[in-house]
Design a protein around this ligand. Sequence first.
Ligand SMILES: [Zn+2]
Length: 725
Amino acid sequence: MASTKRTQPAWSSGDVAETCRLKLFNSLTRKKEVFVPKNGNKVNWYSCGPTVYDASHMGHARSYITFDILRRVMKDYFHYDVEYVMNITDIDDKIIRRARQLHLFEEYVKNATDCKAVQKDVLLALDDLKKDFEQVDPEKKAMTLKAIEKLTLVSQLVVNSTVNNLQSILNEIKDPFGAYLDKFNTEDIFDNNIFESLPRFWESDFHSNMASLNILPPDKLSRVSEYIPDIIAYIETIIKNGYAYESNGSVYFDVVAFDSKPIHHYAKLVPEAYGDTKSLQDGEGDLSGSTVNEKRSPNDFALWKKSKKGEPWWESVWGKGRPGWHIECSVMASSILGQTLDIHTGGIDLKFPHHDNEIAQAEAYYNNEEWVRYFLHSGHLTISGCKMSKSLKNFITIGDALKNHSSRQLRIAFLLHSWKDTLDYGESTMESAMACEKILNEFFLNVKNVTRRVNVQALTVGYSKWLPSEVELSKKFNICKENIHAALCDNIDTKTVLEVIRECISSCNIYLRDCDSSTVNHLLLLNIAKYITGILKIFGIQTADEIGFPIGDGNSSNNVETIVTPYLNILSDFRDSVRSIARSAGSTDILILCDKLRDEILPDSGVRLEDFDGKPTAIKFVGREAIMNERKAKAKAEVDKLAEKERKKKELEIARAKKEELKKIHPKDLFKLETDKYSEFDENGIPVVDNQGNKISKGLTKKLQKIQSAHAALHKEYLESIEKI
Ligand SMILES: [Zn+2]
């Protein structure tokens, strides 16, 4: 028996608790599904990029900040090996139209020397716009009216202008006049370069906007214009597989042929949109015109478009043409990422027809039925409850948004919303984001303050026996980490993560409030602050190296804080001692000087001191800009308070004056003024019939008599007062 004890006993891992697994809301099933990439840890990800013909707006921010957060969490929290590919649509009907209008306008301006002739043309453009005004979409009426106003003004200005000034005057009407020139354009623009410079300009603008929002650049970027041969070859295979046909120099996808095959389903994402020809037509582009006779079925869509006059073209087996919109994504994603995508992302507006057509094209090409495994769509963005549109004048570019709020505040606003639901960009959303930012920032400053005196050389300092309050806080911290993990597994629910972080911060604040500052458990607090900083960093918020947000521009100042802190400690301790001596000696001058150091001198250098009774002064390295903003906000609040006080005072004065005025009225005339209530009165001036013709009740008569006698006393007072004068 004894000998059996000399071997190792049996071991069991016990019951393994169900582990939390990442689930993502898949538009293909409209459910949260466990995320399983096809090849182990590798994640192939394709994201539909922008069509570059104008400034990026908040709608772009909605998609690209959202995908940036998802991508960072997948990469840096779940540690997937993500390959993120995004396209740039640089061939598109909107780009073509805009580039052509711009080209025609510039050519016109270059040759404009005769002011009279220019005026004639501007007046013709004005007439043309006025003629079409009744047919204009109601949403666009306001914009058209503005264009009419501008054209009218310019038509008057050009006659008296010099040739040198013509260009700058005409620039005012670049859009409507360019559109007019394009409408009657008989010129054939053969040079494809005309259609290149506009998208290049706006693509570069898009990238710089993305960088200012701290959105990671894609691992690979593809432009349609660089994939024409691939697109032609892809379409040829689809035709060979029996799912597309050539018609009058264009190629169309044969939806009926595709849908009739048992393995294929057309409109997998939005089956209810099958036959929605309006959406399909919108997806075909502005310049497509009527192609009804070319299509076998109205559900078919263009893969290749025959180029018309004034459109860019590429040589193909079907003649001169250009790709349809949807085909580019299927081709580029396949070319770079292969036969199956683990994740495909895009804005919710792209679901039908764009994404459904992309799926159909790729399945028709590969003859398979699983091109995309997880289709993720970012939710809509509204502006104070309304759809964003240029015609509603609530069109907000990313540049505009960044004038009012920092990129950090915008990202926090996004993190406070579910990525797949509608986000309303408005005052209350941004106020919540700023409140959240403040809670986080104050927490980091507090932790930095209480831990700043820790001597890093004495490594044993933090290892004293934990008090019950510290054991409790540590337990809460562990629960916080578990809850954050669960929230991230649950469709990357950043909103819940921030709620959990706020709860954790409030537990820390309670601990800090109740503990003795000399024995504060700085190791525990540092761990919590570092963990929270780490999560924010994963979410794409710029953070300092160890704790909190960067100070100032986020580059050089972190070092400044590290270097300056020991000297600030010395200065603050010295000030504390001086204040205590000055207080006992009753030396007001010295106390005033100490206050000046706190309120004026140090804030100018970005340092905030906070004095507490019986505790050492808190030192917070906030940054000069932040302090200046705090000061401005404080000054504004004071001005607002004063204005409110003034308003109330005025209101009171008016009420008092009214009361005084009322006193002058003879009691018998008191109710006669209330013509909206009463119509007949007795000899004492008491109402007997109301203005509806009903007799006044006895109860009300009594009440009115009471009011009248109270008024009589006031009136008497008034008479006496004027007698005295
Ligand atoms: Zn796409």
